[in-house]
Design a protein around this ligand. Structure first.
Ligand SMILES: [Zn+2]
Length: 442
């Protein structure tokens, strides 16, 4: 029997020590060794990547709304995880809301696991939810293996997942600090939004004005102050407002354990380009102007934003209200699980970043955020989750080729650079069977 089940030889691989030629030797689904390109290795199968392909670690997407059970007509595990594999994402962490029941109880977590187990084409873990009244459930969920807790500071959009006011937030932070758990937060301030004009009709400018950057900045300031008071670890979800970055920098300098993410759509699009009535661009917080987009890129470059994850949040096409184009009535959410890597790479290379940066934002960083040892890096001991990526090839996004349950996307027709040629999950090429595992916080 061969010493290794698989060896992948790549002239370029993004490793923790930089981009270099390596042979990745896989045993029992794990990376057993990184050897030189020509090293003699006894393997059952050898794959030699063509020169135009670079080997990356499988991406980790910590912000995915799968919606099953309960709203599987929005998205389900089989479709979401196949889209993930096609996009080079080998691990996803599912959000606790939009499914019914939400993951706010251990029973809810069990229902999620039962739905995911037979249908996971990549590895799947779960966030728990912190909602009013759920405080007593947090310890049990933590014990049951959720990776942390998600909370909203504003209406979540679904009635079964309430939001935390200041008093609830303080109580939840005290509990997550006691548990040593991470709280991940949708930070928009309801009072600022209540004082803004409501969204209605087709103008994108109207929708944007209804959810101003000040709503994010105010909510983040409150969150950081509360995290400091309780000594709690917090993560800011889907940052769209670059004006919040100085708040994050100041809190870090003051010792607050805060991390932040942004999403491919905030790094790709800007408000000036969104046509009126184009509700496929609606998400919350909204895609802001080009100055915010530039600021978010600067935040990534400065290390103030740690990770880039999809916030894949689908709904049935009718809920997008594309016929009326009414931004007030449309569901907010953009699905990009399959497109995140090329979308980010397309912009990153134009702004002087390299693939090592992209891997840090989309693989290593998210794995560290969730506390996933063995994911997000090409290193011995890690799972052999690998992506062969042609970083110079380009393609035009055709919705019909997306494996998400619903192909509605603002990326339709866009030309993106970077093609995922093949994805391996623990040393097996994805696509033959739903070989994903369910992950628990270690
Ligand atoms: Zn989300």
């Amino acid at each position: 029997m061969a010493e290794y089940e698989l060896v992948v030889r790549a002239r370029r691989a993004v490793t923790p020590d930089g981009v270099r030629p390596v042979s990745v030797a896989v045993r029992d689904g794990r990376i057993a060794a990184l050897a030189g390109l020509g090293a003699p290795l006894d393997a059952a199968e050898v794959v030699e990547l063509p020169g135009q392909e670079v080997l990356l670690p499988g991406l980790v997407d910590t912000h995915v709304h799968v919606n099953e059970p309960g709203r599987a007509d929005w998205e389900g595990f089989a479709t979401a995880t196949q889209a993930a594999a096609a996009g080079g994402v080998t691990t996803l962490i599912d959000m606790p809301l939009n499914s019914v029941p939400p993951t706010t109880t251990v029973a809810g977590l069990r229902a999620k696991r039962a739905a995911a187990a037979p249908a996971a084409w990549v590895d799947v873990g779960f966030w728990g939810g912190a909602v009013p009244g759920s405080l007593p459930a947090l310890a049990g969920l933590h014990e049951a293996g959720v990776f942390g807790f998600k909370a909203f500071l504003i209406d979540s959009g679904v009635p079964e997942f309430g939001f935390l006011d200041a008093a609830h937030l303080g109580a939840v932070l005290a509990e997550t600090a006691r548990l040593g758990a991470l709280l991940i937060v949708h930070a928009e301030d309801p009072a600022v939004i209540a004082a803004a004009p409501g969204p209605s009709g087709r103008p994108y400018a109207g929708f944007l004005a209804s959810r101003p950057a000040a709503a994010e900045d105010t909510a983040i300031a409150h969150l950081l102050a509360a995290a400091r008071r309780h000594g709690a670890r917090v993560h800011i979800l889907h940052l769209a407002s670059a004006s919040a970055l100085p708040l994050i920098a100041a809190a870090r300098a003051d010792g607050v354990a805060v991390s932040a993410e942004t999403c491919p759509h905030y790094l790709t699009f800007c408000a000036e380009q969104v046509p009126d009535g184009a509700t496929e661009y609606k998400c919350c917080p909204p895609i802001r102007d080009a100055a915010h987009r530039d600021g978010l890129w600067a935040g990534l470059a400065a290390g103030l934003i740690d990770v880039v994850v999809s916030d894949h949040s689908p709904c049935p096409p009718a809920m997008k209200q594309r016929e009326s184009g009414d931004f007030g009535a449309a569901w907010g959410g953009i699905s990009s699980l399959q497109l995140g890597l090329p979308a980010v790479w397309t912009q990153a290379r134009q702004r002087g970043h390299d693939l090592a940066d992209v891997v840090r934002w989309m693989a290593t960083g998210p794995a560290a955020l969730a506390g996933l040892p063995g994911k997000g890096g090409l290193a011995p001991g890690h799972d052999a989750d690998l992506v062969a990526f042609d970083d110079e090839a380009s393609f035009t996004v055709e919705p019909a080729r997306l494996r998400h349950r619903h192909p509605v996307t603002p990326y339709a027709g866009q030309t993106l650079t970077g093609v995922v040629q093949r994805t391996w999950l623990r040393g097996q090429v994805t696509g033959a069977t739903p070989a994903g595992r369910l992950l628990r916080r270690p």
